[in-house]
Design a protein around this ligand. Sequence first.
Ligand code: KG4
Ligand code: ZN
Length: 337
Amino acid sequence: MRVLGIETSCDETGIAIFDDQHGILSHQLYSQVKLHADYGGVVPELASRDHVRKTIPLIQAALKDAGLDKDDIDGIAYTAGPGLVGALLVGATIGRSLAMAWGKPAVAVHHMEGHLLAPMLEENAPAFPFVALLVSGGHSMLVRVDGIGRYQVLGESIDDAAGEAFDKTAKLMGLDYPGGPLLSRLAEQGTPGRFIFPRPMTDRPGLDMSFSGLKTFAANTIAAEGSDEQTRADIAHAFQAAVVDTLAIKCRRALKETGLKRLVVAGGVSANRYLRAQLAEMMQDLGGEVFYPRTEYCTDNGAMIAYAGMQRLKAGVFEPLEVKAVPRWPLDTLDPA
Ligand code: KG4
Ligand code: ZN
């Protein structure tokens, strides 16, 4: 069985073909980063228009790359939410319409379920149940995962997502959009311990998180200390250490509360090297194991959508003839497959 996956929820057009015997047969990605860079953030209308330009050519490229014809595809999975509604509508409309024209089923995929299942594409895939830390530009959450569609949200950010906090702080420090990876690189030159940022919401019970205060803390530190090159690197280091430490404390707590030993980390921020190093150390200490997607599947991509869609199609779930786009869609309202 082969599924074509279409991801257009934000600023990346991702197309992939997943085969349940042979894995990913083709994976195409077009990033709109350059388009939005001048504005310092994603401009929704520009994002939608660019998805219109890129989606169909990338589907053609994926089929060609995999040496397949439309008749070799058994179903189409598209991201239906959460995300920017205009951007979602492009992928949803193309996915739903192609499926109708080709006489194949279409399935609407939850973007965060895609991220959550991305480590399943690796050779060393985690077994259920596990705790997932999802950290992207739009969401930060801890989820207990007992199977496909069996998700219990244990905690989430009450304000900015972790990636959003990285991007906003990076912007304050004069780094280009999206600043997360650049800030993380700058942090590697920083002096540990010169500045200490707070670890928000770790001194009280619970698994919710908050990251917007750290951005303000960074702004105040820059105002007080100036922004010569070394000071900026030291601030970046302190910011990153605070975010990562906070995430690690919450993960440790979630594992303790659930009694689970497997941790999955996914979403754009899971590409962060410092986060990976800290969590590896923590999991060794706890005698557990941590799983990640490969770097290219940490950020938005079509492969995770094709994979998640395949699981739904196999369970006999597909959409009626309507275009489904859900900008706000709680993860724990999905049905088990
Ligand atoms: O999952 P993703 O591609 O998109 C959403 O679903 O939001 O995540 C993008 C986010 C951005 O905020 C980006 O700055 C952040 O992930 N990110 C990073 C790193 N790589 C990507 N943040 C910190 N360190 C990184 N290495
Ligand atoms: Zn994402």
